[in-house]
Write a protein that binds this ligand. Structure first.
Ligand code: 13P
Ligand code: SF4
Length: 393
């Protein structure tokens, strides 16, 4: 990717080769208006119907609705909240110097982490490149475990720490190294490609790793036309669709993993927001359902989305179909653009906080240190190095 999709072209969903993908998108995704709130469209519709039925006045309606805080507590900022966060930010920055540590933060973590304490931020490909440049003794990876593992694979002598208590990822948790081994027996002639959202053990059993920013480039440049792609079935289907469009012929076997955050979006939602917002640009992540990618103006990794948004004229309204952290970030980085939002939140990414980063720097617990078996690390590094090789081609 990036993948630009036609706005109007209607086409049937392509048939999967191999395993069954995630189920159909949910009908009523959680949604927000002009922010990052946690209330659902369906609830508001029910409430408005109720209000009309009761003959309510606008004042009464306002009284009921005015307490809603778009963004819920996680992404809403008051002066008081900023005053409370500042001592934590200052202490973390002091401790980083004392402990010779740097903080890498994914775009989905809370904005105060990115703005206040991160030394490197961005999408998973950029962060994996950043991880190779670090000279500090300790890396605190404010994201999820597979990203911390990637940093450890590339920096075996450094102490890599993960601060959040929920370190999983619905994609990384959807397949094990042993399952990949079994697949290799079934598909002995195939090249095994894994998304970076996988454990070190899965990478150790695959040939080449990809991220959402380079999956299209890497898979299309592989010499072998027989590919097994794990674990994201939706991204894999988007890949198959895009290759078909570009006339690239490869047989791609998919696994059934999916991201519980991106899977919630569907085409009805896009149609609804387009009808309400003339000139709306829909920007989605390739982990979304193919029906969503088809209707999007732009499909790309979180870093690519940022670049696309940057290039669009001021005043453009955007609907971002990805984790809401990116939406919050775009709101402060581009105050002259309008972000209709999304409030699909990744509980794993959002389990990172200033408090647990501070605690990790003060007294890291055993489970927060990323430890890898050396033979797994070496094999996984080959898979990541292959990604760097093909991405640079
Ligand atoms: P990026 O590669 O865009 O950073 O995505 C990582 C991820 O976890 C998306 O859900
Ligand atoms: Fe994993 Fe989805 Fe969270 Fe990304 S947003 S870390 S793919 S669960």
């Amino acid at each position: 990717m990036p993948v630009s999709s036609s706005l109007t072209a209607a086409r049937p969903l392509p048939v999967f080769t191999g395993f069954s993908p995630c189920g159909p998108p949910s009908r009523v995704p959680t949604w927000a208006f002009q922010g990052t709130g946690n209330f659902s469209l369906a609830n508001i519709e029910i409430f408005l119907q109720f209000a009309i039925f009761r003959g309510m006045t606008a004042e009464e309606l306002y009284k009921r609705l005015s307490s809603i805080q778009p963004g819920a507590v996680l992404c809403t900022y008051s002066m008081e909240k900023c005053e409370q966060m500042l001592p934590l930010i200052n202490e973390i920055n002091e401790l980083k110097k004392e402990r010779d540590a740097v903080i890498l933060a994914h775009s989905y973590v809370a904005p105060e982490i990115i703005l206040g304490v991160a030394d490197y931020d961005g999408d998973s490909f950029k962060l994996s490149q950043d991880a190779t440049k670090v000279s500090a003794k300790t890396i605190v990876f404010s994201a999820v475990r597979f990203m911390g593992e990637t940093a450890k694979i590339l920096n075996p002598t450094k102490d890599v720490l993960i601060p959040g208590p929920l370190t999983g990822c619905s994609l990384a948790d959807s397949i094990t190294g042993a399952e990949v081994k079994a697949l290799r027996e079934k598909y002995p002639d195939h090249t095994f490609v894994c998304y970076i959202n996988t454990t070190a053990d899965v990478k150790a059993n695959c040939d080449v790793c990809v991220t959402s920013s380079n999956v299209m480039k890497i898979v299309s440049s592989l010499e072998n036309d027989k590919i097994v792609f794990v674990p994201d079935g939706l991204m894999g289907q988007n890949l198959i669709d895009e290759m078909k469009k570009r006339g690239i012929k490869k047989e791609i076997v998919l696994h059934s993993g999916c991201c519980y955050v991106h899977e919630t979006y569907d085409s009805e939602l896009i149609n609804f927001f387009r009808s309400q917002n003339p000139g709306l640009k829909v920007v989605s992540h390739p982990e979304c359902h193919p029906g969503v990618a088809l209707l999007s103006d732009y499909v790309g990794s979180t870093g690519q989305m940022v670049n696309y948004i940057k290039e669009q004229p001021e005043g453009t309204p955007f609907l971002l179909l990805t984790e809401c952290g990116l939406n919050a970030r775009m709101q402060y980085e581009f105050p002259n653009k309008t972000f209709i939002g999304s409030c699909s939140m990744c509980k794993y990414m959002k389990s990172n906080s200033l408090e647990n980063i501070l605690e990790t720097l003060r007294h890291p617990e055993k489970a927060q240190h990323v430890e890898l078996d050396e033979s797994v690390r070496v094999a996984a590094k080959k898979c990541i190095d292959a990604m760097f090789y093909y991405a640079a081609k």
